[in-house]
Design a protein around this ligand. Structure first.
Ligand code: JFZ
Length: 442
């Protein structure tokens, strides 16, 4: 179907991908870390002896917890074990190249001292900025920092989800000004910020703010040139989000892959994208009572590899507790992922999609610089045979084990552009990377 071409003042301002160095850097991260932290870590999904079944950071919306009780939690916020450099070191060890921190979630509580509200860290027993030291610690480890910001704000008196009356509209104007002030404040305070990860932009009231949001994006980019903003920020002239009324992506990458992954490259429409993922089913903030399936490191590594094979970044979420500690389960997974990454990172960083037919043994990733192809093998078939079908005539130069270059695999051409290699009696102890060097001539 042909694209429609409505004239939009606030639709996509660019067709296709950004190609500047900042976006190239984003594209090559592969692995990121998300941190959801706020006063919701204090109840940790529990109130009055009952356990909330929803996501811990949403507990304020639960009828089981009085709003008033929630709105006073900040008086107890005192994370005495908060150690930003330990967090940054752990993220580094895991192999994360960027991180996203919740500066303000839907509840409106600000982890930085904001001039524009009293509902911030300043007025907690802790009393200090959380974000500044975190940015500094991650910068020191060479991990790029992105700021999560929820537009939806349950604390601001001017916030509305719909604008039904004149009163709503004038209240919302004060909220818009507040939002603008806070965003510019964040970028001024933390000028090494590489981008913003927006959320809470689905309400009808925000969907009417195409012009305001567009101008604000321009202002933010004036503060930090090249600032990376995903598709979950601006609505277009008709209130469409992510993709404008002509079907074009608004923003620098698609932000729609939440706790799910595209199946095929076609599903990504060739866009840049990130997948943000929880370790349990749907918990972002700290919940003391994880129910249901908790992912293992190999499940998470498979999601990471699959993301890279489809040209996306994979961002794994952590939810520190009220004291500022990372729970044991999360630490263990970070360590396990880090162990695998330390050996196999060359199949992740600077890698992306190659249009070779996917095989059941796992995923291909291609190094964007060298052109080398990695076979990341998750499944060994009973016949020990790994099939390779290339998309064009190439000549295979060398196929070898990434972690043991003396282990060479001899490809057997079984038909045009189709080969097999033999794993023999090798057992897979963990996801294994086999490197393919090839020439374009044949
Ligand atoms: C939002 C938040 O409500 C949640 O608490 C968490 O911060 C997460 C990262 O983002 O949840 C969403 C947002 C968007 C979708 C689903 C859940 N979505 O587009 O499908």
């Amino acid at each position: 179907t042909p694209r429609t071409s409505l004239a939009l003042a606030h639709g996509a301002h660019r067709l296709g991908k950004r190609t500047d160095p900042m976006m190239e850097r984003w594209r090559n991260y592969g692995l990121g870390q998300f941190i959801h932290w706020g006063v919701y870590a204090i109840p940790g999904g529990q109130w009055n002896g009952a356990s909330y079944g929803g996501a811990a950071e949403w507990i304020r919306s639960w009828k089981g917890m009085p709003k008033e009780a929630y709105d006073n939690l900040y008086k107890e916020f005192d994370p005495e074990n908060y150690d930003p450099s330990a967090l940054a070191k752990q993220a580094k060890e895991m192999g994360a190249k960027y991180m996203i921190i919740t500066t303000k979630h839907h509840d409106g509580f600000c982890l930085w001292p904001s001039e524009y509200t009293d509902y911030d860290v300043t007025n907690t027993p802790y009393g200090k900025d959380i974000i500044g030291p975190l940015v500094e610690a991650y910068d020191a480890e060479g991990i790029d920092v992105y700021l999560y910001f929820s537009v939806m704000d349950w604390n601001h008196p001017g916030y509305r989800s719909v604008l039904a009356t004149e009163e709503d509209r004038s209240a919302y104007e004060s909220f818009k000004e507040f939002t603008r002030n806070q965003l510019l404040e964040l970028l001024e305070r933390y000028p090494t910020t590489k981008g913003l990860w927006f959320d809470g932009t689905w309400d009808e009231a925000w969907k009417e703010q195409a012009e305001f949001a567009d101008n604000l994006a321009t202002e933010m980019r004036k503060k930090i040139p090249g600032l990376i903003i995903g598709s979950r920020f601006r609505p277009d002239d008709y209130g469409n989000r992510h993709f404008d009324s002509n079907g074009d992506l608004m923003g620098d990458y698609e932000q729609g892959w939440e706790r799910k992954l595209p199946e095929t490259y076609e599903d990504t429409n060739g866009n840049d994208w990130d997948c943000v993922m929880t370790i349990p089913e749907n918990q972002w903030g700290y919940h003391s009572d994880w129910r249901g399936h908790v992912k293992t490191s190999y499940e998470l590594i498979e999601m990471l590899v699959k993301s890279v094979s489809l040209d996306g970044n994979f961002v794994l979420n952590f939810g520190p507790d009220a004291k500022g500690d990372i729970r044991m389960e999360e630490k263990k997974l970070a360590t396990e992922i880090g162990q695998w990454m330390s050996k196999n990172k060359s199949a992740i960083y600077n890698c992306g999609h190659i249009d070779w037919e996917k095989q059941d043994w796992g995923y291909y990733t291609q190094n964007r610089v060298t052109g080398e192809v990695n076979m990341v093998v998750f499944n060994k078939p009973i016949n020990s045979v790994l099939r390779i079908k290339t998309s064009s005539k190439i000549s295979l130069q060398k196929i070898y084990d990434l972690n043991d270059a003396t282990k060479i695999y001899d490809p057997e051409e079984i038909s045009q552009d189709e080969y097999i290699i033999q794993l023999g009696d090798e057992e897979l102890a963990e996801p294994k990377v086999i490197v393919i060097k090839y020439d374009h001539s044949k």
